[in-house]
Design a binder for this molecule. Structure first.
Ligand code: APR
Length: 240
């Protein structure tokens, strides 16, 4: 039986909820260039373009609903400690709020969150809805130094100490809907495996990290994840 589980989610878990992934023929990085909207240089060069890009993504979340995979994870997080005295740590690369909407808690948003804003003057991160711009004023220090609370390419992801600690302690690592090409999340599997964890990926197809996983379950996350979580909650383990 397993005890401590780390779940890493990526854009694929939200795809069936109508939020575009980053890398596919119709992915976000086909319509916008990373270097125009998701780097430190981009926000220095053209801050309005960066604000507007994330304003659009934030507005797009309004009518989006979690799917069965988000709900299955929330349910696992709630019931696993009661049934098996373990812990489920949820780490997401996603900046959407579908895990929150599904009822998950203590969500580690390692790449930031659209429903949050960051003040580069006083360092506060706080909940935010609506549109931001170069004229938006920080609710804490009153300065016009706000930026989307998103980890840009080349910046250090958030909460790396907590994530590293959870990966060291876990005996089961699940990666759901991530292409495995963005670091450091791409190496979480090999790190957890070196620490003795069993590692399972859920994807439509083999990811760039597939050979590092012990198991792969391929198909739509809304189908594969609930089935897997159900078995895990019933037996504390799963058959492959
Ligand atoms: N079920 C399961 N997996 C799916 C589904 C689905 N319904 N739909 C798509 N996928 C898989 C794809 O096969 C792909 O491997 O989800 C993955 C999405 O990959 P990316 O678009 O690269 O998203 P992600 O891995 O989350 O990207 C990581 O890159 O640009 C950054 O900061 C951004 O957090 C993001 C990071």
């Amino acid at each position: 039986m397993y005890k401590n589980i780390v779940i890493l989610t990526g854009a694929g878990i939200s795809a069936e909820s109508g939020i575009p992934v980053f890398r596919s023929e119709t992915g976000l990085w086909e319509t916008e260039k990373v270097e125009d909207v998701c780097t430190h240089e981009a926000i220095l060069r053209n801050p309005s373009r960066v604000h507007n890009f994330y304003n659009r993504l934030r507005a797009n979340l309004q009518d989006k609903k979690p799917n069965a995979a988000h709900y299955a994870i929330a349910n696992l997080q709630k019931l696993w400690p009661q049934k098996f005295a373990g812990k489920v740590t949820l780490v997401t690369q996603n900046v959407d709020n579908l895990h929150e909407k599904a009822g998950s808690f203590d969500i580690i948003h390692m790449h930031g969150a659209l429903m949050s804003i960051f003040c580069t003057n006083c360092g506060h991160h706080y909940e935010f809805d609506g549109d931001s711009s170069t004229k938006s004023v920080c609710a804490f220090c009153g300065k016009t130094a706000l930026r989307p609370d998103i980890v840009f390419f080349g910046e250090m992801p958030y909460f790396m100490d907590e994530i590293s600690d959870a990966l060291q302690k876990c005996d089961l690592f699940l990666a759901i809907g991530t292409s495995g090409v963005v670091y450091p999340a791409a190496v979480f599997c090999s790190f957890a495996r070196d620490m003795g964890a069993r590692c399972v990926e859920f994807n439509l197809e083999k990811s760039a990290q597939a050979t590092n996983f012990t198991d792969g379950i391929y198909g739509k996350a809304s189908l594969t994840v609930p089935k897997f979580c159900e078995e895990l909650l019933l037996n504390g383990t799963f058959l492959n």
